[in-house]
Design a protein around this ligand. Sequence first.
Ligand code: AMP
Ligand code: MG
Length: 416
Amino acid sequence: MSECGCETVTEPAMKPLEEALELLLSHARAVSGTEVVPLAEANGRVLAESVVSRINMPPWDNSAMDGYAVNSADITGPGSSLRISQRIPAGAAPEPLAPGTAARIFTGAPVPEQADSVVIQEVCRQEGEQVLIDEVPQPGANIRRAGEDTRVGQAVLESGTRLGAQHLGLAASVGVGELTVYRRLKVALFSSGDELINPGQPLGPGQIYNSNEYTLQALLQSLGCELVSLGIVADTFDATCDALSRAAAQSDLVMTSGGVSVGEEDHLKPAVEKLGSLDLWKIAIRPGKPLAFGHIQGTPFIGTPGNPVSLFVTFCLFARPFILKSQGVGESQLLPTPILARADFDWPRPEKRREFARARIQPDEEGVARVSLYSSRSSGVLNSLTWANGLAILPEQQTLTRGDMVRFIPFSELLK
Ligand code: AMP
Ligand code: MG
């Protein structure tokens, strides 16, 4: 059926997005292999074993500021004068504080025993061996306590976490130098269509460039997948069967673009059915209604539509969470978190399908986030995706008026 948005005939029952997603995710199994990698190579990987701290962090009480470590009872009022008995830079191992004295101390240095506070240097004046202190400190002032951030035995990173800069920094801070991560998911992909040629060559009659391959590759790379590309596969049943079995034999997941409709030139459905099993879903979303899911010789298969924008949207909504789960990512991190912003448009006609509209969010003069829509709804226009910075979710069977709240998924949530 056409993607032009002009169909008015009654459509066969379409699956709600939630139902399709739940079904799809019920088939996702985390890869079983793991490997141990140094922290420097763990960015973007998925943690397979939780990390428990074997140390307190900080390991000892330390100074939060440059100043003077004192026993607060020794400061009787502004202008109290104390002898400076030691100097403690970061990295030093101090002596206990001599009674009635102050220690010059710097940020991150251990607070000496017998000192209960640090007075910041801005309220002190050093005169030779003495320091004049103009502020009476509270006990505990400017001290970061041992174990304040992390305690011995505390789980700092849960298995199933997609590792980023913040996780690697935390692991390093508790002294962990390598992590056990899931092995990378291997995805085999190809594009179906006799009209396709790869960029870099002149266009022949009837040809278009194979853009989906590059969109798909980049989407998979952002998820840390290992890729095997079989390139462009001809629109014949035999070529499709051959490509599918070669793809399945060397991957954890087969992904294709195009050929999932039920036209005469769409061979994926019969080919997957011959080699394994297939469900072809009509999902009540737009763009991207058709989505194929199945198994080929035991390997899962996801077939996305050929229209470039439909491919992008179905990947983000369905393939992405499936891949994350197959990589061992925890349930709470599979789906993007939409935000609410004000519609800068009217949506006057209720639609049967939920629309994931290419949209741009930007602040107005008052700093309020407003969402505007791309001028065309055609699922072929790739310019719409570079114009947009996310997808606005326009609920089925509803209208919206400018100023209404609308849900928006930033691309930053989908392309990471
Ligand atoms: P299909 O899903 O094969 O019916 O294709 C739907 C539309 O997407 C057609 O206009 C195709 O020419 C286009 N299309 C299919 N595959 C690709 C691709 N790899 N790159 C760009 N456009 C494509
Ligand atoms: Mg085709």
